[in-house]
Design a protein around this ligand. Sequence first.
Ligand code: FE2
Ligand code: FE2
Length: 369
Amino acid sequence: MVLNFRFAIVSDLHIALPHTIWDHPNRFHLVEVSIPAFESVLEHLTQLDLDFLLLPGDLTQHGEPENHAWLQAKLAQLPFPVYVVPGNHDVPVLMANEQSIAFADFPHYYRKCGYEDPQQPYYNCELLPGVRLIGLNSNSFNDQGEQVGRLDHKQLRWLEAELAVTGDELVLVMVHHNVVEHLPNQSDHPMANRYMLENAPQLLELLQKYEVKLVFTGHLHVQDVACSQGVYDITTGSLVSYPHPYRVLEFQRDDLGKERLQIVSHRVESVHNFPNLQHSSRQWMGDRSFPFLIKLLTSPPLSLSLAQAKKLAPSLRDFWATIADGDAVLDYPDFPLEVRRYIQAYGAIDSATLIDNNSTLLLEKSSEP
Ligand SMILES: [Fe+2]
Ligand SMILES: [Fe+2]
């Protein structure tokens, strides 16, 4: 079946109405821009002939009912369908508290955004004839009531049953936590593993078995495209942190069955009070990056002394912003060789792999057994 459709992705909106914003000086997210940035993105997207829009979680800053209600009302006005999944910020607690909705309330806000059955926090819906979207819930709670990023067994069993009957339909998957590593050793690094789905290997195995090739994630606030054995994890940076990106994608399957996905990324350049958002946001991130850099440099595998870390950290002021940008090239020739190599590994592997922002992925069909 020949296919040709166009869609957009906006991730980690962290919507915060002004009176819901807390004031604390080390906040990494520029939530002040959440609403004007989203409105400027919508102004652009409504001019395009989109088939649908995907929002892969962290729709709100802290799961506040009024922020969910604001977003839900906004999405209802759009000329194209929108699909969402919950991020850790959307359902921070199992039971409602004075700040946040209950976990079970989430689908009720987004019944028109995938959750036709609000009793179930994940769904499988038809986007277009021959094209399906599976929206997964990666937010679980352990016995202590703490949030963990994993898919429960019931959901994995449900997913396998759904995939087993999709036939030759194209299946897209959306989930908040990362499924393929976007940073070196992401699954094991104590500062990065919380961005991975804990049971990513089980999900990947299922996706490979049923030849699902495209997964859309968020959570990391980084522009990155990574691939593991034929499964692409396309993670989109956050609308409230540098570089305030969003993507427009076009999928094509020709009459020979050849499939390609073209990705074009855009950025919010300016909003009210932030006329040069790209510049001021990069500065904001650099201003707050020192504690993070000290922790990274003093943690294994580098395990530098505090004195060494303090010496190198100022040169790495833009390290995280450069990674968040996607297609990073990181080289610090004056650094000790071991540190230089370690930092380089956070960048794109070589110039042929600059696929994080703008690229065309050729989706190979795995050979018949
Ligand atoms: Fe986020
Ligand atoms: Fe998140």
